[in-house]
Ligand binder design. Structure first.
Ligand SMILES: *[C@@H]1O[C@H](CO)[C@@H](O)[C@H](O)[C@H]1NC(C)=O
Length: 200
């Protein structure tokens, strides 16, 4: 990961605009920019006539910080696509874990029995909704993100089968009621803070 110190970010953004002008890249995107940095990067690029294409941030059903910290709204205001990384929250939203079957390793300390018990109603509803469409929990979780509008999730595929599963998140749409129901259940699950990179 590359962290650009705030004092250098004006020069950094100028460099990105240079890269567009020189035809080295087609578009500029940033990652983990909070609202203020996003707005200022957008304004600075605008002066050079360069659009800001995207801001890549952590966003999923169980980590909805972009909705409350102003990033999602700012992306919509500015025409910046929100790219959602960790969209299935390290596999938690795939439904493969349960209170009696937590993930192994360091993830199991965060997503422990207690956490998975609280998340059970959400995970259950994701599963049931998936059954209506013949879709997996992962596909439902990705579809939910796309239903938020202006959001492109980027799940990481390690195998061809996973890539195929992710592709099955496309071509159908959750109803507004299903989107709302999942959000409601998700609000009962306290988000786990990763490394809070958005605060820089
Ligand atoms: C993103 O959020 C998920 C879910 O809360 C968390 O498990 C993960 O560590 C976070 N990743 C980063 C890089 O913050």
């Amino acid at each position: 990961m590359l962290v650009i110190p705030v004092c250098l970010s004006a020069a950094y953004i100028d460099g990105l605009a240079d890269a567009v002008e020189q035809g080295l890249v087609k578009a500029v995107g940033v990652s983990n920019y909070n609202e203020q940095r996003l707005r200022s990067a957008h304004a600075q690029l605008k002066k050079r006539g360069v659009p800001l294409a995207s801001n890549q941030v952590n966003y999923s059903l169980i980590y909805r910080a972009p909705e409350s910290n102003g990033v999602k709204r700012a992306c919509e205001d500015l025409g910046v696509t929100l790219i959602a990384y960790s969209p299935i929250a390290q596999g938690i939203l795939s439904g493969k874990y349960s209170p009696d079957n937590p993930p192994s390793g360091p993830r199991g300390r965060i997503y422990n029995k207690d956490y998975l018990t609280k998340a059970a109603p959400l995970l259950q509803s994701i599963r049931e909704i998936g059954q209506r469409y013949g879709k997996t929990s992962t596909q439902v979780s990705l579809n939910w993100l796309m239903a938020q509008g202006n959001v492109i999730p980027i799940p990481g595929a390690k195998t061809a089968a996973q890539a195929e599963e992710f592709a099955g998140a496309l071509g159908w749409t959750l109803t507004d009621n299903e989107v709302r129901e999942l959000r409601q259940l998700a609000t009962r699950v306290t988000p786990v803070m990763g490394f809070p990179v958005e605060s820089f």
